[in-house]
Design a protein. Structure first.
Length: 502
């Protein structure tokens, strides 16, 4: 995979929604030392197949800074955010101030159509200077609640704050330091988003600073230039304060909010790796305290802390997409845009006849009736209608030893359908009977097939399957003698019984 270990935020790993954490995206960006040549790319790793990389180094955007972060959309998906970079020899107004946001909300791995927000300061190359791509360095973070974005731009020495909503960036607010006297690098929000912390090398001293975002009002004028005197407690603005300062050769680097709601801080001494990292405890509080070199990370100093920390996705990992918020994942939800219970596959229960009794509890789905009757009317069918049904049923004749209808029978079946449609509350049991000629087992099978052939015909012509049952009884229930041709003919019959009449 591409990316670069020297990049501020070189890689970002997030689970692909609706895959139960069996597939992952790995996004990468290149480093300033490599002139950002490889841009923003992504990979897909499939753990169900031994960790196979099924998509590798697919290009999303050709020139981006070392900034890469993500946040949950609180619905099982994620926003992945990068920032472009103007690598041209001369300022290009079309490049350098664009946020590139991908909304990952399904298991589709063909990423297209990013949300582009063209806002804020330009991130540009320095021409004819050492390390021309330094402005690509510095972290970018989204607040845990997904409402703010902040970034640090190293060489131009500023922190910028934005509003964030549905992947769109707006309302830039800029804190500018003297460009000749240092750089900003790490940045992180406190858990509730009330404070913004950033690391800063300024006039030979190393700082960890905090902006109290609750003290920023809409009437504040921006950009704000922080005063020259680094010891001044508020730099001219009451919301900005120091949390830590060292004039020794200790450097504070990247910042990362941990799952324990403390902020961890990369640190190094005299350019060398340290076996420990720092920690900001209670970062939401005005009384937050920073401890330098407090947390052991390695017994081997060469493998310890320098300037970087991995970017973590704090929420949403492995959650499913649930668009309607009903607790049923979209992939299993038959009605993903409308909330419904899990036992109805995510769909709301319907009331077809509008009688106030839900279909799941209604014994007469297509005919209104009071709840005390199970949703059925007081009288589901008249005696005259029932008599006509069975008169027509006597004319349902089948081909010999078959369960196909004789020619002309469909007309009689259609008459039955017509009556059934007039009495939508009535539920029917279709019985098939034979005479005693032939083996009993064969007669039972034949009568059952004939009863179900009638049921299938009714269903095909619009009668709800919920209103119909069918069963064959063979020669068990004769209504006449089987010793005469006339008697056997009477015994070969189909009957309809109303099952829910009172």
């Amino acid at each position: 995979m591409l990316g670069n270990s020297s990049a501020t935020q070189s890689a970002l790993i997030i689970p692909i929604p609706n895959t139960n954490c069996t597939k992952y995206f790995i996004f990468t960006v290149d480093s300033a030392e490599h002139n950002l040549q490889n841009g923003l790319r992504y990979n897909v790793v499939d753990l169900t197949n031994g960790g196979e990389v099924v998509i590798k180094n697919k290009l999303l955007f050709p020139s981006v800074a070392e900034k890469l972060t993500a946040v949950s959309d609180n619905n099982g998906g994620y926003y992945v955010l990068a920032h472009d970079f103007d690598s041209s020899l001369y300022a290009n107004k079309e490049m350098g101030n664009q946020f590139i946001c991908y909304h990952i909300k399904s298991n589709n791995t063909d990423l297209k159509d990013p949300i582009i927000s063209k806002v804020g300061s330009y991130h540009r190359r320095f021409v004819n200077k050492y390390n021309q791509y330094q402005n690509a360095q510095g972290q970018m973070k989204i607040s845990p609640d997904g409402t703010k974005v902040a970034l640090a731009v190293l060489k131009d020495n500023f922190v910028e704050l934005f509003d964030f909503s549905d992947g769109v960036i707006s309302s830039p607010k800029k804190y500018q330091f003297d460009r000749k006297t240092g750089y900003v690098y790490g940045i992180e929000f406190s858990p509730n988003g009330s404070n913004l912390y950033f690391s800063h090398l300024y006039r030979g001293a190393n700082f960890l600073r905090r902006i109290n975002l609750r003290k920023i009002s809409t009437s504040n004028a921006f950009p704000k230039t922080l005063r020259y005197n680094v010891n001044y407690p508020t730099y001219g603005y009451e919301e900005v304060k120091n949390l830590y300062k060292s004039t020794q050769d200790y450097t504070v680097g990247a910042l990362q909010l941990g799952p324990d709601e403390n902020i961890y801080v990369a640190n190094r001494a005299a350019g060398n790796a340290q076996p420990r990292i720092g920690i900001v405890q209670n970062p939401d509080s005005e009384l937050a305290a920073f401890k330098y070199n407090a947390i052991p990370v390695s017994k081997n100093s060469s493998l310890g802390s320098l300037m970087g920390l991995p970017t973590l996705l704090m929420e949403g990992s492995c959650n499913c997409i649930d668009t309607d918020g009903d607790g049923v994942c979209d992939e299993n939800d038959l009605c993903p845009m409308v909330a419904g219970p899990e036992d109805n596959e995510g769909c709301p229960y319907t009331d077809t006849d509008g009688d106030g009794v839900l279909d799941k509890d209604d014994k007469c789905v297509e005919a209104p009736g009071p709840a005390v009757n199970g949703g059925c009317p007081d009288k589901v069918i008249t005696e005259d209608a029932e008599r006509k049904l069975n008169e027509f049923a006597k004319t349902i004749l089948f081909n010999t030893n078959e369960y196909t209808f004789k020619q002309g029978v469909e007309e009689q079946l259609d008459e039955i359908v017509f009556i059934m449609n007039q009495y939508k509350a009535a539920q029917f049991h279709i019985e098939g009977h034979t005479d005693s000629a032939g083996p009993n087992k064969s007669n039972l099978i034949l009568s059952d097939n004939r009863a179900n052939a009638v049921r299938k015909y009714f269903i095909a012509h619009g009668i709800s399957s919920k209103r119909l049952t069918a069963q064959g009884y063979g020669e068990e229930n004769p209504i006449d003698t089987n010793r005469t041709p006339e008697g056997r003919e009477n015994n070969r019959r189909v009957t309809l019984t109303v099952m829910n009449k009172k």
